[in-house]
Ligand binder design. Sequence first.
Ligand code: ZN
Length: 166
Amino acid sequence: MDTCDLCHGNSGWHARARKQLVASTERELKAAEGELSSLKLLFRELLWFNFEVISQHWNKPWRTNNKYAQLCLHGYRLTEHSLRGRTAYSVEHPVYWAGWIADASAVPPWLLYRDILDATAYVEYLRCRIYDAELYAPGGSAYEKLRKETQVGRNSNENTAKHATI
Ligand SMILES: [Zn+2]
């Protein structure tokens, strides 16, 4: 798709536009993958926290817990900043819960697990969409498929003329 009839001499305009679209989808994918791995790390923390809370009541052969041991669970907060046209991120780990292990209660894992499922689905969606700008442009394989199966890419006059002869 190096030569493009629609560019009328401004050769490469559409090719550059397609490259920019692919690049922005790649950036979005990278951010989504980062979010997913952070959520998974946080989930691991949450499961250990729950393990400490629940196992304090277990009997031998499990180790006995000091019920005055401190337990702390940190959250995860990612903030996006726009600084002179550039995007920057800051990460904070605010305290979600801190105190005696005997006072702690388990966190419902489903709260975070649903977020992980959503984030996984979004990463998979973006992985499938990454080359759409190329595939759906005239000449691309997805575009050709659409052209065969639908009215996409057909001249509207052509359709009107056909309709008139029926
Ligand atoms: Zn063009």
